[in-house]
Design a protein around this ligand. Sequence first.
Ligand code: CP
Ligand code: NVA
Length: 303
Amino acid sequence: MAKHLLTISDLTKAEIEAVFEKTKIFKERQKSGIPHQPLLGKTITLIFEKVSTRTRVSFETAMYQLGGNAIFISQRDSQIGRGEPIKDTARVLSRYVDGIVIRTFGHDIVEEFARYSSVPVINGLTDLHHPCQVLTDVFTIVEKKGGCKGLKVAWIGDGNNMANSWIEAAARMSFDLMLACPDGYLPDKDILERAKKDAKSRIEIVKNPKDAAKDADVLNTDVWASMGQEDEAEKREKAFKGYQINSDLLKLAKKDAVVMHCLPAHRGEEITDDIMEGPNSVVFDQAENRLHVQKVILEKLLT
Ligand code: CP
Ligand code: NVA
């Protein structure tokens, strides 16, 4: 496995499959209350320049359950907020801790951090990628459907960090991905081109959410305005009108389709409340699995 986990493409298909196999074992072990503490004496730090509920708590809990320790610092209470260079911060923290999880804005920031860090760096979300979430989501599909190869996954809405990571995941894991995005809100062009070249499955952008949802095995969405785009919320609300997972859209998908959302969700915008709470929704299993998948990632990168 590569030293750092910054994007889904940092992992091979075989490595992702190995993560999933181990996640199943870790999850069962935890449910039976059997302790497993391979990271005894190890510490990670979480550096978060954006807020978080799931990523922070699942990583901190994962470390404690594995016998280690986690230190959370936000921009506000570290020298990063006062302009200490990334390359200095990375070299200093590397001398204290065994791994670093970063949530920030520009993807170049985690790349620079990783370049100067002598310990593994894990991307906990940037404007461009959200690999830990999408790895977990694909694990959740495998858990629910027995596999992901050949399935049709629909993405409804913004071509954002989540969409970019889904595109990389589709290329790696050979499922079809149809993304319905409005004009002006398409996924990253380079990521899309690279993935299409590598993929054995179909990765396609369409405009109409109905085309994406038709016969889909998975319906997937995310907020219309991501963190850092709060000022654009009003404009985005107009642009994304109709890009919503609701009962009409769900009817077009396969009967046993699962509905996913990385959360937090804005009910009434990208997804309706009845779908969030309905029988097809797997959003809370998805959220739980962050813990199990990340425990495996931490063990693999830190030992
Ligand atoms: N899905 C996700 O990353 O959630 P948080 O922003 O709460 O970490
Ligand atoms: N696209 C969202 C994901 C949140 C987990 C954001 O970046 O805010």
